[in-house]
Design a protein around this ligand. Structure first.
Ligand SMILES: Cc1cc2nc3c(=O)[nH]c(=O)nc-3n(C[C@H](O)[C@H](O)[C@H](O)COP(=O)(O)OP(=O)(O)OC[C@H]3O[C@@H](n4cnc5c(N)ncnc54)[C@H](O)[C@@H]3O)c2cc1C
Length: 531
């Protein structure tokens, strides 16, 4: 007889760890969490600067690639995703932003009652322990530690001064009353270490007798009785196994893999499943559609400075000193998340809310950090917050171990290119402001582009993802919606999706905190029904 639990959660990432904690807080509820990756037992995860080794490699990273992108001159982009406890929150850049209040009001306006900003704000606050203290927008006492960087680079101020000189306002809190402006990011750190959801939520729950966590276990299909989900099949140490769910199966595999598992299990568009040779369980054409992501353009400058990170004798020495400072006090260079500062700007003053996000990085970021350049330098990233382009996640094989096809169709909507050019020019104004100009520096890659067509060419040649895919199991009630406002899969009993894939539209900010919020709210919805 296969083991039976009340809830089986697939994926121990940002959302899965939150759910595992909240559901097992009730000792009557038995939960099994299945995670494909290894445990999060490498210092590269916990030492913040270790992300430099995680993002461009396969270490605790699925390291997917997109299909060739017509809008990007046929390039295939790296699409990193965490493959470990904590999921992408274990390999991400730890920036804590929530998006704009109006993003959630738009979700509600699309027909998703209960998901307006006023509805979701309590869940952001519930998860949070903000070291800056509680106020109308922030919580203390929550499990997710949110802090200022302990040892920020002095160069952050040069970015902030330049942005102010270019006409943008300073903002001390992007998650407060107003999102717009530039400043330093708060980060998900605790005591100078990464505070992933595995650390924040799973660690305190792991010893509970009612929680079973199985790592290196990849779910390969959902089991059903008719249209009711009853369990999960998974592969563990070379063996096919299964586990049963008395109450519900909850998918938390993220925006790439939750739709993949639904498709493999026969839930998707009838014609697509038929051509893949997968028996239809339920026709749900929206599965894997509506993929949205933040496309990002990076300006890179070489600049001799002791406050920047790089490849030089001085930098190696500073990193070595930083190592000791980290070991002894959890301070110094190794506490950096690289994307230390940034902001939200309007590339066109006639807009009512910011349409671009900036990430200022204290290193020269080229190809996700894969290419290490000689010397020190900095990068300024600009990404379009609400792209119109929509892509897909689809099957390339019926073998569950073969990744799905990921086609974000970046820049397939003409307005997105217009917005990116506008964002490029706004960022260029910051880079040309006196505070940056006073630094002796060399501009790499972008110095020759002047005309709009040259800028468009550069964007097609060089833009990358800033790692925020969402929307592939969107919440709603229209024909393309996959889950309802309670995150239950339409037409199927006892099956929910709880992760970044349920966002109907991409929020204007980083996506970890919003995903944690979704899981907090989902936990409440599930517990209300448990009784
Ligand atoms: C490199 C990078 C940098 C980022 N930087 C930031 C940032 O600074 N700030 C921010 O807010 N956001 C950032 N993000 C985005 C953010 O981390 C994600 O949006 C968020 O973590 C998504 O959470 P999720 O729960 O949807 O998926 P994930 O956290 O990716 O979790 C999915 C989990 O499911 C597991 N899984 C998948 N399929 C299966 C299966 N079949 N069986 C078993 N397990 C499975 C995966 O291994 C993974 O652990 C970044 C992301 C990346 C990759």
């Amino acid at each position: 007889m296969n083991p039976i639990f009340d809830y089986v959660i697939v994926g121990g990432g940002s959302a899965g760890c939150v759910l595992a904690n909240r559901l097992t807080a009730d000792p009557r509820i038995r939960v099994c969490l299945i995670e494909a990756g290894k445990p999060d037992n490498t210092p590269l995860i916990h030492v913040p600067a270790g992300l430099i080794a995680l993002v461009p490699t396969r270490i605790r990273n699925w390291a997917f690639h997109t299909t060739a992108q017509a809008g990007l001159n046929g390039r295939r982009l790296l699409q990193p995703r965490g493959k470990t406890l904590g999921g992408s929150s274990s390999i991400n850049a730890m920036v804590y932003t929530r998006g704009h209040a109006s993003d959630y009001d738009q979700w509600a306006a699309l027909g998703n009652a209960g998901w307006s900003y006023q509805d979701v704000l309590p869940y952001f606050k519930k998860s949070e322990h903000n070291e800056a203290g509680a106020d109308a927008f922030h919580g203390t006492g929550g499990l997710l530690n949110v802090a200022a960087l302990r040892s920020p680079s002095a160069f952050d101020q040069i970015f902030i001064d330049s942005a102010i000189q270019a006409g943008f306002a300073f903002n001390p809190d992007f998650n407060g009353a107003q999102q717009e402006g530039v400043g330093q990011f708060q980060v998900t750190h605790r005591n100078g270490e990464r505070c992933s959801t595995a650390k924040a939520f799973l660690q305190p729950a792991k010893s509970r007798a009612n929680l079973t966590v199985i790592t290196q276990a990849q779910a390969t299909g959902i089991q059903f009785e008719g249209k009711r989900a009853t369990g999960i099949e998974y592969r563990h140490q070379g063996h096919a196994k299964s586990v049963r769910a008395r109450r519900e199966v909850i998918l938390c595999g993220g925006a790439i893999q939750s739709p993949h598992l639904l498709l493999l299990s026969g839930i998707g568009a009838t014609d697509e499943l038929a051509s893949a040779g997968i028996p239809l369980r339920h026709h749900l054409p929206g599965v894997g559609k509506n993929l949205q992501d933040h496309l990002d353009f990076t300006f890179v400058f070489r600049c001799a400075s002791q406050s920047l990170f790089g490849m030089s004798a001085g930098s190696v020495w500073r990193t070595f000193k930083g190592f000791w400072s980290y070991v002894k006090h959890r301070h110094g260079l190794l506490t950096t998340n690289f994307a230390e500062a940034g902001g939200f700007i309007r590339s066109d003053p006639s807009l009512t809310i910011p349409d671009m996000q900036l990430h200022f990085c204290i290193a020269m970021v080229v190809e996700h950090g894969k290419r290490l350049l000689r010397g020190e330098g900095y990068s300024l990233h600009v990404c379009q917050l609400r792209p119109q382009s929509r892509g897909t996640v689809s099957l390339q094989s019926t073998d569950p171990m073969v990744p799905p096809l990921i086609d974000p169709r970046y820049l397939s909507h003409e307005e997105d290119m217009t917005a990116m050019v506008s964002g490029y020019k706004a960022t260029r104004r910051i880079l040309d402001a006196p505070a940056f100009r006073q630094q002796a520096r060399q501009e790499l890659f972008t110095h020759e582009a002047q005309s709009d067509s040259e800028i468009r060419h550069l964007i097609r040649e060089r833009a990358e993802t800033i790692y925020h895919p969402v929307g592939t199991c969107k919440m709603g009630s229209d024909a393309m919606a996959v889950v309802d406002v309670n995150l239950k899969v339409h037409g199927i009993e006892a099956l929910r999706v709880v992760d970044a894939s349920v966002m109907p539209t991409l929020v204007g900010g980083n996506t970890n905190a919003p995903t944690i919020m979704i899981a907090e709210k989902a936990a409440d919805l599930i517990l209300q029904q448990f009784a």
